[in-house]
Ligand binder design. Sequence first.
Ligand code: NAD
Ligand code: GLY
Length: 364
Amino acid sequence: MRNVPVSLGNRSYEIKVGNDLLSRLGAECARLKLGQRCAIITDSNVGKHFASATLKSLSAAGFEPILITVPAGEKSKRIAVVEKCFDQLAKHRAERKSFIVALGGGVVGDLAGFVAATYLRGIPFVQVPTTLLAQVDSSVGGKTGVNLRAGKNLVGAFYQPKLVLCDLDTFKTLPKREFISGLAEVIKYGIIFDAKLFAQLERDLSKNLKRDPKTLSQIITRCCEIKADVVSQDETETGLRAILNFGHTVGHAIENSFGYGKFLHGEAISIGQVAAAKLSQQILGLPVNEVERIEKLFAQAGLPTRIKLNSIQRKKLFAAMKLDKKVSAGEIKFVLAEKIGQVVWGQKVPQALIEEVLATGAHR
Ligand code: NAD
Ligand code: GLY
């Protein structure tokens, strides 16, 4: 098992990466002296595979868990579902000392984290991420929240978990498309922070696609270390943390304007990161061969890198982009790459250039 500390003063916690960690969940919660009552929030797919092992582990350690199951999918990240979770917690008399276990992918993590942040003005929670995307990104760093019709993640709170338990065995049931979607966030860490990681991903792509446990454990740990480093320097995104949004301005707009579910998060940000790389070439002089390496790695991982838009789709996409949280005073700001492994944030990009890049390939 590997440990990654997230250093945030009295809100510090550990990320644990390894096999068979679900069975240790109860003991870990007891070690952290979390309250006796707890609620597992999961979704209908994940619950089928892992709810009973989670209930067993918590019960064996002396906790009294209840199970709250929400429908699988992005549509559960909304206020109406938050309210249903509150009602269940109140019905079972969850109190300030009770805690929540978020068992699932990023949807469950964001939803359950937001419920934990707001129920009784905040109760502790533990993240047990079960998708690659959630293990390397969404379960770490305390961004919680839900979507509005107007846009993704528009309501939320920064609220840190007490522990993140990344059990690699949960990938045994994860569908291929979901696993590949997670690779988009893994590749992101190489582009924004670590050229060596990017080169390793190019080299070891087939091992990763085969879900080789040793390679995955090392790569997930490295991604978590990068995220922990960034978050501990800038927890509430006043500056540096924005680099984690590389490719997300276009990506979120794709998810929103096509309707949640058509593109998975990782697929949308794969297109977004390739667009950001092409914009980086135009604005910051990112070398053409690096733009090509970036597009090639996403494509070889099995992710989409381009999108065809008709005029109605284009209009919708730009309307969604202007609602993004990263827009200030109506200006769309981007994270752009100077080279693989190094990015800058807050870069103003004219709409015409974004349109051009989405319509074309890399410029020589
Ligand atoms: P998800 O939570 O919808 O999970 C994907 C699908 O896989 C779902 O159908 C789920 O039921 C199923 N699933 C999950 N684990 C499984 C397993 N082990 N076996 C079988 N099926 C399993 O999607 P996701 O990609 O994990 O997360 C996407 C969400 O994360 C988006 O809402 C995105 O906005 C959010 N996100 C948040 C942050 C953050 O910092 N908070 C960062 C990145 C993404
Ligand atoms: N996934 C972006 C962040 O955590 O800031």
